[in-house]
Design a protein around this ligand. Sequence first.
Ligand code: ADP
Length: 449
Amino acid sequence: MIVVLNTYPVIISRDLVFVSKENALWPTTARMGASVEALERITPETVGQVMSMMETGNLSQVSVMNGNMDELYSVRNDATGYDERVLFSLVRSAISNKEDKFRSFFSDGAFMSYSSCPIMSGDQVVGAVCVYEYDETEGRIVLGIRDDMLNISLGLGIAAILVSFILSKTMTYRLKRVLDGIKNVREGEYTYRVAVSGHDELTQLSDEFNSLTDRLQKTEEIRRRFVADASHELKTPLAAIRLLSDSILETDNMDAETVKEFVTGIREESERLGRTTGQLLALTKLDNAAATVRVDVDCCEVANRVLGTLKPIAERAGVTVRAELDANVHIMASSDELFQIIYNLVENAIKYNRPGGSVSLTVRRESEKVRITVEDTGIGIPEEDLPYIFDRFYRVEKSRDRDEGGTGLGLSIVKSTADRHGGEVTAEKRSEGGMRFVVSFPAYIQGKT
Ligand code: ADP
């Protein structure tokens, strides 16, 4: 690039000077040729006379030759750069080809220009005029342009090197900040955020990285809380089992009734442990599983199965279960997972009900949606607890719900499962008391994809 910048303008200005030299020398040469042609007899004396009347001061040399290339007239003002061979070759060419000739050279900071024209007598060539000009002034201008270009390009080169050095240093520094961020986050420092100024792709990259770290931080917090909650939930029944068994072992002559009571307690606690671990496993499966194979599920059939399974529990609790199930309501889901959703909601509606209360399960298709509603006349959930009931291990009244055998995982399983199938779950208090849970899914309409 710098080489082009240096040579191209010099070549162009040199060629321009060549053209201007030709334009300037040719009329002078032609005028001299015409003056000699006008002579009656061409002899050294007559040519000398006519040439002495011509203006030759700015020319370095003027020569007039006859057809045999013998010199008839010659005046030399300045011999610098003069090359006799060039002059002779131009004169020879003018005589033998009957045409004007021009040659110009640029060397050592000067222009050396030769111009020749034939002297005609009728159709015959009887000689030639040749002029030579040595010009340093325009040579200096061209050299000046070359030097200026060299200085400019050197300046530009140094500036380019400086700018690219500064740019690469800045880039390296900014990249290092991103890399530091990646390293810190990789080592578990999820609060670390990358601060890169600017408006380029690197800034976008660090913004993306920061939002990824945000998500990682949230996921990590949820994971930690989950592990802490899970171990707490497992520790409580284990501690109760240990306490009960220690009491049996350490008490001499414990009466049979107390032993039975303690062993029943141990059994209940171990059942609760089993339920908690079972539900934890179900949740872990929901978290990790790749998308389950979804098939056309008949909601009515699944709802009837749930009702059949929970019938004995409802009877034992003295709760009436009513169902209103629209026929031909289908969704794309996994039958087992839909069963789990309806089961958990109806089981809660029975569990948190009052003797003599009722539960109603409706399955309806409303245009493009399927709505599954579970309502009860039970104890309800206080308004302030509603936002948290889908959180893992959240119980409204810790001790009482534990007595009911609850794990605090049922509703979070409902929510995770519904989410996986593009569904939504909402919970609200009924104005007449009790709760209403609604799960809605996109309806599957046969023949429509
Ligand atoms: P659990 O296994 O303890 O029932 P869930 O996640 O199913 O856990 O429910 C979370 C909490 O929400 C329960 O502890 C209970 O207090 C409350 N809850 C759930 N469903 C109902 C309902 N239909 N009526 C009243 N309270 C409910």
